[in-house]
Design a binder for this molecule. Sequence first.
Ligand code: RFL
Ligand code: PHB
Length: 386
Amino acid sequence: MRTQVVIIGAGPAGLLLGHLLHRAGIEAVILEQRGPDYVLGRVRAGVLEAGTRDLLNKIGLGTRMEVEGLVHDGVEIAFDDTRLRFDFRDLVGRAVMIYGQTEVTRDLMDARAGFGGRTIYDADSVTPHDFDGPKPYVTYHQNGITHHLDCDFIAGCDGYHGPSRQAVPAASISSFERTYPFGWLGVLVEKPPVAPELIYASHQNGFALCSMRSPTRSRYYVQCGLDEDVGAWSDERFWEELRRRIGAEAADNLQTGPSIEKSIAPLRSFVAEPLRFGRLFLAGDAAHIVPPTGAKGLNLAVSDVSILAAGLTEFYADHSAAGIDHYSAHALRRIWQAERFSWWMTTMLHRFPDMSTFERRLQRAEFDLLRDSRPAAQAMAAVYTG
Ligand code: RFL
Ligand code: PHB
């Protein structure tokens, strides 16, 4: 079998790339290790930057988002007993869209089914081959049979643990990494959100975040230890800790109920360089990870594949390799900006195990700078809204 581009991974990066290529008349096959229900069952990001929203609208994928998504003109940040609202419209004239990654993925899957794009689910042992030469191919197993897929290019959109980055010889790739000594315990609950906008809270006990998926469904997080067992967190314990961290006024408005999802995610910053190895490209979480504090993970995946799709379109339409030659440098500029922002927000708002009172005062000074300096608040708002 042969196609123009093999995309490994049917997460948001892979599905969106498939969509953008289809619009440019380029054929792609997506190979996914899991089934569609598993992919849709993962509760992840919730905030779309203005640019992500614009792109989804531009390519005809925004209909449901514009009806069901929630436009947020601001965000709140609380530090101990002080709670501030940052008005994005006033600061930078933009807003964000609250629309879950699950919904974006569902819209992309529906659109792909609509144009008859091929996605091969439950593909085992997916392996990219010969991408350093002119004839790359990908092999995979399904139902005991080994399949061989010839192509012009391979796009590794297979997340942090996928095979694409691992196929690159160690001498050709550099990685930059920071792991944080904590994780986020997340809970999804069928109750209205505590406040109309998100609240990021820094408390002596640790960080907390109040987010949402809809007017009736809320998503909450508390910072927890890396080695903690999710089974040790009863719903009651979670609500008690959340109430303590978000301050008295928000705690009074919190509506609790049985959790419908509860999981712990570690926090990590990671970047691989470069993003191109001959005819193999890395995009999305396959290439970089950000801690979720800045809500950048999904948005970065979108910006990577937009740049990559433009490069591939230029290659096929104009017989020019300039776009794909420039992909790595172009995408990495934005990636490092998001890395910096996510690291900064994480550092300002979390409790670190060996933190001194000096460092807590520095965190407070960062927060006070956002309160007292309009340019500082504008810089935060500009990056947050994208
Ligand atoms: P994804 O979504 O991980 O999709 C990769 C796809 O590749 C498949 N795959 C394979 N396919 C074939 N063969 C193999 N051997 C394969 N190995 C893996 C996987 O099954 C999957 O379908 O990466 P993508 O598309 O780059 O999208 C990136 C976003 O998903 C990610 O950046 C965000 O969700 C990050 N993230 C969050 N971002 C936020 O902005 N806010 C959040 O609250 C937030 N929460 C999260 C998150 C990521 C998490 N991870 C990775 C565990 C919570 C979690 C738990
Ligand atoms: C979420 O709604 O899951 C969410 C929102 C903002 C973040 C991270 C996660 O920074």
